[in-house]
Design a protein around this ligand. Structure first.
Ligand code: SAM
Length: 159
C-alpha cells in the first residue's frame, strides 16, 4: 500500500471513529482533550460535532490553519508528556491523541507514557481515540466502527 493510500485509510478510520463516538460523548459530562493540534483539522471537526463543549488542545507549537486555533485559555503549549500531567483528574469525556510519527522506534517511546497519561485524564466510561495503540489495563480496546483495517486508528473506553 502506498503512503498516500495508507494516509487516506488512517484518516477515514479517524473520522469514522470520531463521528461514531461524538454522540456518546455529547451525552457525557467532561471536557474533550485534543493531544496534537497539528493543522487543526480534527480540532475543527470535534468543535463542529460537539458544539459548546470545552476542548483543551495540546501541542509543542501552533501550526494550525487560522480557522482552527483554540482560544488561548484552551491551548496548552509544550511537551504533552509534561503539560497534560497538570490536567490529571479532569475527568475528560474524550481524549483524542494524534501524535504518532510513522516511525516505529519513536512511537514505541510514546507508548511508554501515553496510555497511562490518557487513563488518568479520562473519566470512567470516557473514550480514548488514538493513532497509536493504547495498551493499558484501564483502557479497554473496542472494535473501531469503520470498514478500514482495525490497526489504522484505535478506540478504547476507560473502565
Ligand atoms: N489531528 C491533527 C489534525 O487533524 O490536523 C494533526 C496532528 S499532527 C499529526 C501531530 C501534532 O502533534 C504535531 O503538531 C506535533 O507538533 C504534535 N506533537 C506530537 N508529539 C508531541 C508531544 N510529545 N508534545 C507536544 N506536541 C506533540
Amino acid at each position: 500500500m502506498s503512503r498516500l493510500d495508507n494516509f487516506i485509510s488512517r484518516m477515514t478510520a479517524q473520522r469514522d471513529i470520531l463521528n461514531q463516538i461524538c454522540p456518546e460523548v455529547a451525552k457525557m459530562e467532561g471536557p474533550v482533550l485534543e493531544l496534537g493540534l497539528g493543522n487543526g483539522r480534527t480540532f475543527h471537526h470535534l468543535r463542529e460535532r460537539l458544539p459548546g463543549r470545552r476542548i483543551v488542545v495540546f501541542d509543542r507549537e501552533v501550526g494550525a490553519h487560522a480557522s482552527s486555533i483554540p482560544d488561548t485559555e484552551n491551548l496548552v503549549l509544550g511537551e504533552i508528556r509534561e503539560t497534560a500531567r497538570e490536567f490529571i483528574g479532569i475527568d475528560a469525556a474524550l481524549v483524542h491523541a494524534d501524535i504518532g510519527t510513522g516511525y516505529d522506534d519513536r512511537d514505541a517511546v510514546t507508548a511508554t507514557w501515553l496510555p497511562d497519561l490518557i487513563a488518568r485524564l479520562l473519566r470512567v466510561g470516557g473514550f480514548a481515540v488514538s493513532g497509536t495503540p493504547l495498551d493499558h489495563p484501564l483502557l479497554q480496546r473496542l472494535p473501531p466502527p469503520t470498514s478500514e483495517p482495525a490497526d489504522r486508528y484505535f478506540l478504547c473506553r476507560r473502565v
